[in-house]
Design a binder for this molecule. Sequence first.
Ligand code: MSP
Length: 508
Amino acid sequence: MKTFYITTAIDYVNGSPHLGHAYEKVLTDVIARFRRMMGEKVYFLTGTDEHGQKIQQSARAQGIEPQDYVDGIAPEFKAMCEKLEISNDDFIRTTETRHKKVVCALLLQLFDKGEIYKAEYEGYYSTRQEQFLQDKDRNEDGSWPEIYGEVTQITESNYFFKLAGYQEWLIEHIKTHPEFIIPRYRAKQVLEFLAEPLNDLCISRPKERLEWGIPLPFDPDFVTYVWFDALTNYYSAVADQPDMWPASFHVIGKDILVPPHAVYWPIILQACGLALPQSILAHGWWSINGAKMSKSTGNFVEPAQFVDQFGVDALRYFLIREMSVGQDSDFSMEQFLVRYNSELANNLGNLVNRTLNMTTRFADSIVPAPAELGEPEAILQAAWTKARDESIPLFEQFQFNVGLERAMSFITATNTYIQQREPWKLGKSEDPADQALLRTALATMAEALRLGSSLFLAVTPSSVAKIRGVLSYEAGPVWKDELVWDNRLTGNAVEKTCILFPRPEKKS
Ligand code: MSP
């Protein structure tokens, strides 16, 4: 079986990690964990993008060398991954020797094949985007769009990579591989871009203008264009593991699909004789309270601080539950608290507590075997089958928000079942029929909790581990085998209590 090799974009380290970075890591982690749960062998890469103008400027602003600057800030990104319980197998930094060696090898290969040539360039340049511009990039009134910052006219020699020859091939590839770009509607955007003739890609920057980059192996007066450098990370990280390539899945934001990931990267690979990734998934963007994230306006969520305040699973759950993959979403504290309280604390957390509490009070903390099953049990078991059979295909199609909603509605159904059976009343009765019903109710609650919580495993792994812990439940190696209603908790000792999602207002 080929390893499912999945990557995130590598983050620019010109500032601290923010919610957008956190979301992408969590989304990719959920996909990676889900694939592992489904029995696949997974290899998960993330990392940091450490060269280029933006980094050089940030280092200068602090009056330090770029290398010292990136060495200082890259650990923040690694720490964020740990804090978010990201299950990555590797973390690559583009300043590492293992990466630089591969970038140089690919550049040399392309140069030797005649795919890279030197030419004089005269035109416009945006320092902010590190990009050459053309008249077609202007606004209708002739000005330059704000995203480009200051645009200057320059004349300089540079190295160019021949893209145009690959245009028809790429269009064909996209048209014949519907899984190449996810969601599918984004492929349209790529094809629109490819409807215009492709210009060759300038893959160098003269050293006098930008020092902070990988020197071109065939001309030390130039450094490598940061996108050529950055994209190569996906390959360089596994270059010594021949079975790993091609990547199965690149997870990126919608802003870097066209042209870097959907145009430059496949062409670079094809020109180097390397296979193309199977899929590129472009997710949407988070705004905060309806506005673009910005440190200067205070419209900013520090993922690490948020985790300290509410717990890692609260953030992971919210990000995945709230956003429909591919679409944009807004992060507001009100909406976060609504989901936190109504779904995590009062629904799932409540079920955990009721189960532990009543099993402790009425069955000496031992999950009883169920007696005869009645209609409420049959209804709940049918609800389980439905929740399981609907949510798994939704997870497979990256519709995690809807899959979670289905899983959560089974938790709601279980709480409704408890209301119906009223085990607290049965517990006070000495009637043997009530006692039998009580055993059934307690067994059913525990089983429903074991099963229902399993559907959250990829999204809130720590909480599910805690739930399993308090039920003394050791799950087997095959996730799908866990999802059968068979009362396997009978006889297990449970803990007295477990607060998974404390009320936020009680925290200081
Ligand atoms: N370094 C490049 C990527 C190179 S990949 C070979 C880059 N870095 S970035 O730090 O600007 O962005 C990293 C990822 O975070 C991108 O996929 C980007 O789309 C994502 N996000 C940045 N801000 C975001 C939001 N506000 N919301 C969601 N994701 C966002 O681009």
